[in-house]
Structures are given as C-alpha cells and as structure tokens.
Design a protein around this ligand. Sequence first.
Ligand SMILES: [Zn+2]
Length: 299
Amino acid sequence: MGGMKILSRRRVRELQWFGLVLSIVTCWNVAPRTSELSRGHSPEPVSVNKPPGKLVALTFDDGPKPYVLMGRKSQKGVSSPSLLDLLDREGVKATFFVMGFRLADTANDFCRQIDVGINCRQAAEEEHRRGHEIENHTYGHGTFSKMAKRYGEDWILNDIDRASRIIQSLTGVRPRYIRPPDWDISETLRKEIEARGYHVMTKSKGDVSEAPALEDVDSQDYIYAKLRSPQSAAKTEHDYVLQRIDQRERKGICTHILVFHELPISVEVLSTLIPELKQRGYRFELLEDYMKSLAAAPK
Ligand SMILES: [Zn+2]
C-alpha cells in the first residue's frame, strides 16, 4: 500500500512536471519575437497562419468612472490612482465596456456625484482620445433574465441598440462587442444579438463549448473590492488572477481576455500585474486586434 502511495505521488509529480513543461513549451514557442513587441514599428498586417503568441486583451466593465480613469478623489471621498495614466505609462491599450446611460447628458448630475471634475461622457472621450476601445455593456445595465421577464426580449435588444447609438455618437464607430451584465444570457437571446452582428462576450456557453481563448477570465475584482483590508485585498486579487493565468498556461492556453471593473483596487493590482505579464512575454492588444490575431492563427 505504502509503496503504491509513494509511486502514485511520484506519478502525480511527474504529471505536474509534464504539464509545466508542456505549458512552457507551448507558450514559449509562440512567444512574440522582440521585434514584434513594439507594434508601432511593424508595418506588416497580421499575416495568415501566424501563431498569436502570448496575448492579453485587457477589458473593463461598468464605466466610465471619471475618478478612477483620471485618478482623483470622488465626492464620496474615495480616491483612486489614474487608470488611464497607468495604461499610458505601460503603453497598453484596453477595451472599455461602458454603460450607455453614463454617456447621456442626463447622467451629468449622477456623474458629478462620483467626481467633481469632469463628467462621465468627457471621461469616455478621454478614453477614446488615448486610443482605447469603447464597447457595449448595455444602456441601463439591467440583468437580461430579469428584464426579459419584466419587459420582454425586444426591450433588451432596444437597450443594446440605445447603448450602441450613444457610443457611436462619441466614437463614430458602432460597437461590435457586447458583454451582458453579470454574463446572464439565454441561448435564444444570444443568437438574436449575434444575428445583429455583435460578438457576445461569455464566461461559458454552457452546452456549446467555447474556445478557451474567447472565454472571459473574470478577475472577480468586484468581490475583492468589498474586503475590509484594501492592502491584502489587492494582493489576494493579484494572486488570484495570476493563478487563473497559470492554470490556463498549464493547459497550453496563452491567450486571455481579462475582465476587470473600473475600481480603485484594480488599478492598484494592474500596476504590478501588467509589468509581470510583460516580463512573461505577454503583449496587450485591443479586443478587436486580439480577435484578428486569433483568427489569423493556424487552426
Ligand atoms: Zn457590469
């Protein structure tokens, strides 16, 4: 019995090593060459059959929140480092899934409550000006299952269109990606939204398996933000996200869509996480470019 136990432990260790080596080999082979790290100097378009390399699409939900984006104190006294300045310093472009109602003129009073400086629409204009992408997180942020029961599915489709219109009035471009609030969506509704030309972001498609590279990796920052000690909460959130990435790498997955919210804790976490991921050979792309890189990869 004892011998078997030792043997099985050794076997487990061997398998763990094998997994680690496999992940290093798979992720190592597709790591970008140094010349590819600075995209600005690479005039060539994404070529067909080129491995995507180690890629992260960094995304943020629930904004725009001026005090987080610009780094100020909110009127409620909560202060945050600037997310947009951090991204600039790191040369990272990100994708923001905004709530449409925050871009409306009528939201000004609401936005001034969370920041005495600029309003939400101006903060979104700043996101756009600095080269980030703005995508659709619906207009009113109503959970689809609840809204469907209360108002019907057409109401949800209208809410999405309403958000697209107001985002387009700011960026000049119709959003192509939708993240349903709380990832709550039925299969029929997903198909209807996709039929309108949108890509629906998902954690899991349930019975229909989604390619791991297209699955949202949830940082769960909204949970860590509620922990009592902000210092240890940031460390715990940081370790949790890295753990998720490690787990995916062990399966040979080197492309990740990371989901954060516009929260002060996430700015803190990302100030160390972004350089760490860069050191591991990751490069950051807008969601649109990330999707193009995946599409160009060998099947
Ligand atoms: Zn949300």
